[in-house]
Design a binder for this molecule. Structure first.
Ligand code: PEP
Ligand code: MN
Length: 349
């Protein structure tokens, strides 16, 4: 942190600032220039309230130097952290491979999720998604199948071998979801539910953490830090669009976060073009653009009968579209030195 004094700051004012810094357990290093004095603060500034210094007499401004997140920061990491979902090497985020998670918004029934899982597998995607507990804007909409839904997902995994990704809504459900799922999803509405983040940090399965719909990247990485600091290093970030004035899409999918986050953090970044656009016909183009932009994975809603989907049918692509998209993604990935081979091809190769 750098404390910049006003040009007319007096010596006692500078001394007061250096005292405050020492009281905070940090070291001060005043630099007296020709026009003004600045005080460099040496030590971990993250635990310090910079506002106290900003309000001190004679202070012009306080500039933070360190990112407010420590474990999520790129510092010292030469490359993106690789995180495997499931076992067997078929779905690793953060390496050369760009895995695709696909499946319905909600787990609708035992038969429905099985049919969807078979379609996801046939298309060549690498993991199955489906919400058992749904975070709905209105309490009157379907809230999901809950624990039964997780059992249906587990059955679909057993039948297809695809690892499963599903959302957890409350800290009290974390242990149960962790038992069934290969990856826990934290939804956009819960991305600053710090107790839930901590609970997900206190279990071993990877966490797919969506960005809050009105979160800055700094806030997002600080939220991810909660999971990391609680002991779980397997955090996969997921951009799913933010709220803007734009109304031609459900959310605004900000693809520039991909290269930006790669500069700030070592955590892999997944793009969700389904919630990011809310429109099925926009999903393939945004999925392709996301791979070109350097994302480490995709999360795509697919439904065998989107018109009759329980939730999010308008943004769900069909198995046929997913199958064609997987072929296109494979070609785009090669152009940016990545790989997005359909799973069947990877397995038989
Ligand atoms: C979902 O993945 O179906 C979901 C509810 O996503 P989000 O939290 O991004 O709205
Ligand atoms: Mn959805």
């Amino acid at each position: 942190m750098i404390v910049v004094m006003r040009p007319d700051a007096t010596e006692p004012q500078v001394a007061h600032v250096t005292n405050l810094i020492r009281e905070m357990g940090l070291k001060d290093h005043p630099i007296v220039g020709t026009d003004l004095t600045v005080v460099a603060v040496v030590g971990d500034e993250r635990k310090v309230d910079g506002g106290v210094l900003e309000r001190a007499p004679g202070v012009d401004k306080v500039m933070k130097v360190l990112a407010p997140y420590k474990m999520a920061a790129k510092t010292d990491h030469e490359s993106t952290t690789q995180i495997e979902v499931g076992t067997g090497g078929g779905c690793v985020f953060g390496g050369t491979q760009v895995p695709v998670i696909a499946g319905p918004c909600s787990v609708e029934g035992e038969k429905e999720i099985l049919v969807a899982a078979e379609a996801v597998k046939a298309a060549g995607a690498h993991a199955l998604r489906g919400g058992a507990f749904k975070p709905r804007t209105t309490p009157y909409a379907c809230q999901g199948h809950g624990e039964d839904g997780r059992k249906m997902l587990a059955a679909a995994r057993d039948a297809t071998g695809l690892p499963i990704v599903t959302e957890v809504l409350t800290p009290s459900d974390v242990a149960l979801v962790s038992k069934y799922a290969d990856c826990l999803q934290i939804g956009t509405r819960n991305s600053q539910n710090f107790k839930l983040l901590e609970a997900c940090g206190d279990q071993p399965k990877p966490v797919l953490m969506k960005r809050g719909m009105s979160m800055t990247l700094d806030e997002y990485l600080q939220a991810a830090e909660y999971i990391l600091a609680a002991g779980n290093g397997n955090v996969i970030l997921c951009e799913r669009g933010i709220r803007t004035f734009e109304d031609h899409t459900r959310n605004t999918l900000s693809l520039s976060v991909v290269p930006e986050l790669h500069e700030r953090t070592h955590l892999p970044i997944v793009i969700d073009p389904s919630h990011g656009t809310g429109k099925a016909h926009l999903v393939p183009a945004m999925a392709k653009a996301a791979i070109a932009a350097g994302c480490d994975g995709l999360a795509i809603e697919m439904h065998v009968d989107p018109e009759h989907a329980m939730t999010d049918g308008a943004q769900s692509i069909t198995p046929a579209v997913l199958t064609e998209l997987m072929e296109q993604l494979a070609r785009i990935a090669v152009a940016v030195d990545r790989s997005c081979e359909p799973l069947s091809r990877t397995v038989s190769a």
